[in-house]
Design a protein around this ligand. Sequence first.
Ligand SMILES: *Cc1c(COP(=O)(O)O)cnc(C)c1O
Length: 424
Amino acid sequence: MNNERIITEALEVLPGGVNSPVRAFKAVGGKPIALVKGRGAKVWDADGREYIDFLASWGPLILGHAHPKVVKAVEEEVWKGLSFGLTNPHEVRLAHLVVEMVPSVEKVRFVNSGTEATMSAVRLARGVTGRKYVVKFDGCYHGHYDSLLVSAGSGVATFGIPGTPGIPEEIAKLTLVVPFNNREAVEETFRRYGDDIACLIVEPVPGNMGVVPPEEGFLQFLREITREYGTLLIFDEVITGFRLAKGGAQELFGVEPDITCLGKVLGGGMPVGAYGGGKEIMSQVAPEGPVYQAGTLSGNPVAMVAGVQTLKELRDREPYEELDRKMERLSEGVAGLLKDKGIAHRINRVGSMMTLFFTDREVRDFASAKTSDTELFAKFFRKLLDNGVLIPPSQFEAWFVSTAHEERDIDEALERISRAVKEL
Ligand SMILES: *Cc1c(COP(=O)(O)O)cnc(C)c1O
């Protein structure tokens, strides 16, 4: 089946032809593609066309596609059985790796997605504190859990889905939304609701309104004000965990949250999420404590071995400087091409994640992110695709590089992007 046939048949049986909205290319127009193969830094579609891949499955593939160690471990495990429903040794190995690598985590519970991780973390925070309000930032995405799908960047921003259809007002009302990088707004919210706020959840480096770095001292400020009010601080490190450093953004910025949410890189391409924290908080999770949370396939052995191999590789190889250099090379290259062409732009980059905004304003929160010319972005995306470069089909997402992107892949990508920019 070629792209056209797959997409046509998909539209008959899947809403929008997809299982996750941003895949439908609605924000960028043109025909969606179906991918059939990935190796290292590249993917191939059903028509046999090759792309240099900066989508990286939306973040998990920090070692590139089909990394030999990951694939081998999965292959061996598959023959031993796909699921047992009781504890298996690989859960324990992966948990030890998480505890070793992530500074604030002493105990961890595995789930099957980032959404489950944030949903469970919020329940735990409410259970532990006996409070009901949740504070989140405008443009931060924490999965599609009811309490967190309010002013949630990414897919929601891309489609302009207004507010929260399907989410009762009574539930949405318990979520307080403030602009990112805005201390006064946070202070004001805590002054008004402080004693009833169970948790503040934040992507320490947001990637879902596009990449927006936290301003100097902002994360420390969040640590202090939550401590002052007895509110739990949740870092949603589903993107940043194991990507910005071995221990994620909390290591990079030296700020430790009470609860950490993980996903994406953690599963090395398999569906894995997790939430973790200090022993005291995690002892409140069932069956040790009263806060219930469960999963038939949680800790699935095949998924766990993919995570184990991925984290071991990251721990032993520490590729973070190398990843940083590669992304710097790419971002500087792209900036140069756009400058030569006289196109106003802004690139936000932290380590191996970046976003290109078509605006002349500094992007420090969701409001400024939205000043980007999304029509120009859509055109840029399509030209890139035509020239064999895949980036996320949405303005409000991050591009990623992996250890599999060699310098020659970056140079080849810049060649292709240069052709695309000429055609703009
Ligand atoms: C992707 C993402 C999620 C949701 O993870 P899923 O596995 O898609 O449910 C949550 N938080 C952040 C920061 C994410 O980027």
